[in-house]
Write a protein that binds this ligand. Structure first.
Ligand SMILES: Nc1ncnc2c1ncn2[C@@H]1O[C@H](COP(=O)(O)OP(=O)(O)O)[C@@H](O)[C@H]1O
Ligand SMILES: [Mg+2]
Length: 423
């Protein structure tokens, strides 16, 4: 249905008109040239997060279970509904809680596979990366390796077994984020948060596995920060946010350019684009949700948001399943085994548990004894060898002396020596 998309209060001369997949600006009911946009979906304010999730995010969450990377992020000016879309409210849970539940449900359905799910939660504020799951873990560096690709070094990754556990971690992250903060809104509108789930899965009884990364990103406000009236701190914050979002815009612009001639993509120019590199035109399925405020005073910001969205729509990613079998993957597999053991332990009777522990202790004891025995044998052998070597050396020496006419031993044995000693 076609409907107008204007905010409350006095209706001015200009308003946005939307339908299911289009949005355009009207001036006195006449379309303004260059301000009509077509997208996959356009929603008005009455849409639920569940509907957005179902249309835009569910498929990429499900694909995680099959090993595809995926990223969903919210872009738009402050107060346009990014956080509401990502986090939601009790009555209308957002994309993050919906995704978390969906991942565990989907994993439970895939009975032939085993999963190891890890989560991390970080914030980029003033171009610094802070770990939201560990209070005081700040200014973390970005590293890159062949095995892991681009990663944030030292970031806490929590192994999780159920949705409730993840939601608790998210709450912890929010609390840490606002710790000691006097003005929550300033910080949250000026920082980006990246909630990441790594879903490692493998077919039961097999060693190769896939590692799929899910980024759910709540960006800082995309509005232009006013230059006047800002104190030093704000200016710095604003500058960095402009930088991160500006680079994001540049990256999207470059990627939307035609294929082979597009040249260098400036991923490295900001922390945000570096971390999201594989999600932006790389190996990932990506959903971008743009939020806009309908009021007439926000028309310029809304237009900017829609232009960003249009360019982003031209970017085509090539998603591929991640198959890895490296030391890191093996290590993770061991973690998985430990997790499985832990689950088994939790589910088993204490008697079985005690038997298991007893048996493991016995096995360990046996192998310790065996190790000691071997060590002793080795020592014995070493000594024997030394003696033999010593004898061999002696023999060689005596042979040498036999060859020349004067042998020390002969000389020592001879009576001549006595003569010399006692003249
Ligand atoms: N669809 C919606 N339904 C109800 N309230 C909303 C909706 N979208 C945004 N809000 C409310 O509007 C305010 C600003 O939204 P928020 O998500 O914080 O914006 P942003 O993160 O883009 O700065 C919040 O109080 C939020 O609860
Ligand atoms: Mg917000």
């Amino acid at each position: 249905d076609s409907s107008s998309f204007s905010g409350g209060g006095a209706v001015g001369n200009r308003e946005w008109r939307i339908d299911d997949s289009g949005i355009s600006l009207l001036h006195r009911a006449v379309p303004v040239p260059g301000t009509s946009f077509v997208f996959d979906h356009v929603f008005n304010e009455s849409v639920t997060n569940a509907r957005i999730y179902g249309l835009l995010v569910r498929s990429l969450i499900r694909a995680a279970v099959d090993g595809f990377n995926g990223t969903a992020f919210a872009y738009g000016q402050t107060s346009s509904g990014k956080t509401f879309t990502m986090n939601g409210s009790g009555a209308d849970p957002g994309i993050i809680p919906l995704a978390v539940r969906d991942i565990f449900d989907t994993a439970a359905e895939a009975a032939d596979r085993v999963f190891l799910i890890r989560v991390s939660y970080m914030e980029i504020y003033n171009e610094e990366i802070n770990d939201l799951l560990t209070l005081g873990s700040e200014k973390l560096p970005i590293h890159e390796s062949l095995e892991r690709g681009v990663y944030v070094s030292g970031l806490r990754e929590e192994i999780v077994n159920n949705a409730e556990q993840v939601l608790q971690l998210l709450e912890l992250g929010e609390a840490n984020r606002h710790f000691g903060e006097t003005n929550m809104n300033v910080r949250s509108s000026r920082s980006h948060t990246i909630f990441r789930m790594v879903i490692e899965s493998s077919a039961k009884h097999q060693t190769n596995s896939g590692d799929a990364i899910r980024n759910l990103v709540d960006l800082a406000g995309s509005e232009r920060i006013p230059k006047t009236g800002a104190d030093g701190v704000r200016l710095k914050e604003g500058k960095h946010i402009n930088k991160s979002l500006m680079i994001l815009g540049n990256v999207i612009n470059k990627l939307s350019e035609n294929g082979k001639q597009r040249g260098h993509i400036p991923y490295r120019d900001s922390k945000l684009t570096r971390i999201l590199q594989s999600a932006l035109g790389g190996n990932a399925k990506t959903s971008i949700i743009c939020t806009a405020a309908p009021e007439e005073i926000h028309i310029e910001e809304t237009r900017g948001t829609l232009q960003f969205a249009s360019r982003a729509k031209c970017v085509s990613n090539c998603a591929q399943v991640n198959e890895i079998l490296t030391d890191a993957a093996l290590l993770k597999r061991q973690k998985l085994e430990i997790e499985e053991l832990r689950k088994k332990l939790q589910g088993s009777h204490s008697e079985d548990l005690e038997q298991l522990i007893l048996k493991q202790r016995n096995d360990m004891h046996k192998s310790e004894l065996e190790r000691d025995r071997l060590a002793m044998e080795l020592e014995e052998e070493r000594r024997l060898r030394e003696t033999l070597e010593h004898r061999l050396a002696k023999q060689k020496m005596s042979q040498n002396h036999n060859n020349t006419d004067i042998s020390v031993e002969q000389f020592a044995d001879s009576s001549q020596l006595d003569v010399l000693k006692t003249p």
